[in-house]
Every structure is written in C-alpha cells, then in structure tokens.
Design a protein around this ligand. Structure first.
Ligand code: AMP
Ligand code: MG
Length: 347
C-alpha cells in the first residue's frame, strides 16, 4: 500500500497542474524588463495559464523590438543611427519611426512647441551640466537651441528622414513609452484578450469592459514608496509625467529632466507631476510632458480644448505646500487621501 502513496500524490499534483493550465482565472499578471530598469507590467483577465504565457511572450518580443528602435542611447538602435546620419543624408525610417514622428508633429502643434522630441541636444547639455555641477552658459544654450525644432526634421514621401541642421538629435523619451504600451495592448487584443492592461514606468493603458484602478504616485515620497490615492478609470490611458523621480542638481538647486524647448531651460512651471487620463497612451504621454512645461493657465486651456483627456496636476503652491488641480470630469473617478483631498481645486 505504502508505495502507492507517492503515485497517488503525483497524480493529484498532475491534476492540479492541468487544472491550473486550463482554467481561466479572473486576473493574471506578469512583469518583465525590456527597457533597462523600467518594468513592463502585463495584466490580462479571463485567460488560462497557457494562454497568458503566450500573451506575455508575444508582448515581450514586440516590446523588445520597439525598445530597440527607439532607444536613443543604444548605439545599435535605429534612432541612434538616424541621429548620427540624418544631418548629412536622407535616412530610410521604419513605419513605427515615421508614425511616431508624425504624431509628434501633431502634439508639437497642439502644445505650441512645449512638446518637441528634437529636444535631444538640450537634454544632453543639461545632463552634462548635472554631471559637471555647473550651469551651461547662455551662449552654449543659444547655440544648442538653434538645432532644436521639429520643423528642421524633413520627412519625404518615400519614407526617408533628414535633418536640415547639423547636430540635431531626436529623443522620443516623452512619447515612446506611451506608444509602446499602446502597441502591447493591441497585441493582447489581437490575441483575443478581451480585458487587460499594460503599464510601463508610469505609462498605463487599459482595454475592455469595466473599470481599472491606477495608483497616483506620491510626488514627495521616494520613487514607488507610496501613493496619494487612486484613479478608477474606464478603458484608455493613465499616464504620469513627473519631475520628482528624475532631476539634476546644481549648486543645491533641482532642475527637471523635462526641458522647455522654447527657452532651452529645464521646465519650471511649478507642476511636480501631471497625470493624464483618457485616449491612447502615446497621446496622453506627449500631453503629460507638455503639462510639465506650460504655465498652468495654458495647460487648463489646452485640456479644455482636448476634450478626450482629463488631468490631475500636483503643483507646489505659492506657500510651498503641494496642492492638486484637476479636470472637473475626473473628480468622480479619483479617490484621494484626506490630506490631499483638502487641497483639490477643479477646472
Ligand atoms: P516624460 O517622462 O514622458 O515626461 O518624458 C521625459 C523625457 O522626454 C525626458 O527624459 C527627455 O528625454 C524627453 N523630453 C524632455 N523634455 C521634453 C519636451 N519638452 N518635449 C519632448 N520630449 C522631452
Ligand atoms: Mg511623456
């Protein structure tokens, strides 16, 4: 009898395994790291383990592909090659690159130039300044600003891109993550996932029926250390841009990693984090970055114009205390800790 026991327990384990593979559970979640330290989280509802495993693998390979195209700092990426060569000749670009460039033109126009992915050389100047602990000179900034501006990027009908000024550099850091999570969600939809979400370092997009919960990160606490509340949103994007995680410090003063392309200086509009809700994540991503640059009154005007998006802005008030400004339509979807709820004003 005793020797039957291991056989019986192996049988039970097998049954449990088979059950887990074929049963569709409510919610499955996986995280991977295709973009350096930035985690990509995939959530799918009503999938078997087997289906979900394939879902995640398919998403992962597509995200890997896109991350390789758009990583400006990887010398082997298509973007790095474009940045190296487009000042001297027309460079063929893949459809993904052309599409993101055209979307960027739209958002540059809508934001009056507050969002502009040709900001690369300025990003580099300020990052070098941070390392050297020395502010860039006015002359240096003026020189670099002369090679920033999307109108200096020419796209031809045959899919080629050329820079009309030397020393330009496209940096899609403010929009590519959004585009990547949109694409990941599209991959899941094509695979038959009816409800799910994808999130990558502050850029989230959900699809399917019902509502989804997103945390609003505490801009004062250290990265990932806490949330100030949650947003319960329907399908669409929830994207946050913030200056609390990435900044440089020179002579005790903190500078945002987001640059105002029009002045060449780090954004300084008093907003410490901008969360955009609605639409596709690529659009929400570009808009969230612009909200970190524009004066509050202009941001409110822009949001009212762009009806598809709502925003929650955390700003440093005149007295130094943090306060919240948010779209009226967002109020019923936002649950804040009491301390923060007291500071809300809607527009
Ligand atoms: P995000 O976190 O989406 O706001 O993107 C910030 C990143 O976008 C920065 O690290 C830069 O690489 C780039 N960037 C900075 N300022 C701008 C700007 N005004 N427009 C477009 N991209 C920017
Ligand atoms: Mg952005």
């Amino acid at each position: 009898m005793r020797h039957l026991l291991p056989i019986a327990s192996a049988g039970i384990a097998l049954l449990v395994g088979v059950f887990l593979i074929f049963v569709r559970t409510d919610r499955r979640e996986a995280t991977f790291f295709p973009m350096g330290p930035i985690p990509v989280k995939v959530v799918a509802f009503d999938r078997t383990i087997f289906q979900f495993h394939r879902d995640v693998e398919t998403v992962r390979s597509r995200v890997d592909e896109l991350a390789r195209i758009f990583n400006r700092h990887d010398p082997g990426s298509e973007l790095a090659e474009l940045n190296r060569e487009a000042s001297t000749k027309s460079v063929p670009a893949c459809p993904e690159m052309r599409e993101l460039l055209e979307l960027s033109r739209e958002w540059r126009r809508k934001t009056g130039g507050a969002f502009d992915p040709t900001v690369g050389p300025l990003v580099d100047v300020w990052s070098e300044a941070g390392e050297a602990h020395e502010l860039p000179t006015a002359a240096k900034l003026a020189e670099v600003r002369g090679r920033v501006g999307l109108p200096f990027v020419e796209s031809s009908a045959d899919g080629k891109i050329r820079f009309s000024r030397k020393g330009m550099s496209l940096d899609f850091g403010a929009i590519a993550k959004g585009a990547i999570v949109d694409e990941a969600a599209a991959v899941l939809l094509i695979r038959g996932v009816r409800r799910g979400l994808v999130e990558a370092g502050g850029d989230g997009v959900a699809f399917g029926p019902g509502t989804f919960q997103f945390g609003i990160q505490d801009p004062v606490a250290k990265a990932g250390a806490g949330i100030i509340g949650t947003i319960e949103a329907e399908a669409g994007a929830v994207v946050t841009s913030g200056s609390y995680e990435r900044f440089i410090e020179i002579a005790g003063k903190r500078f945002s990693h987001i640059i105002d392309p029009r002045t060449g200086r780090p954004a300084e509009n008093g907003i410490v984090s901008a969360t955009v809700v609605g639409g596709a994540a690529a659009d929400a991503d570009a808009l969230a970055t612009a909200l970190m640059v524009l004066p509050l009154s202009e941001s409110i005007g822009l949001l009212k114009e762009q009806g598809a998006f709502q925003a929650l802005l955390i700003r440093k008030g005149d007295g130094g205390a943090m306060e919240i400004r948010m779209s009226e339509a967002l109020s019923p979807k936002v649950y804040l800790e009491r301390r923060w709820a007291a500071s809300v004003q809607t527009f």
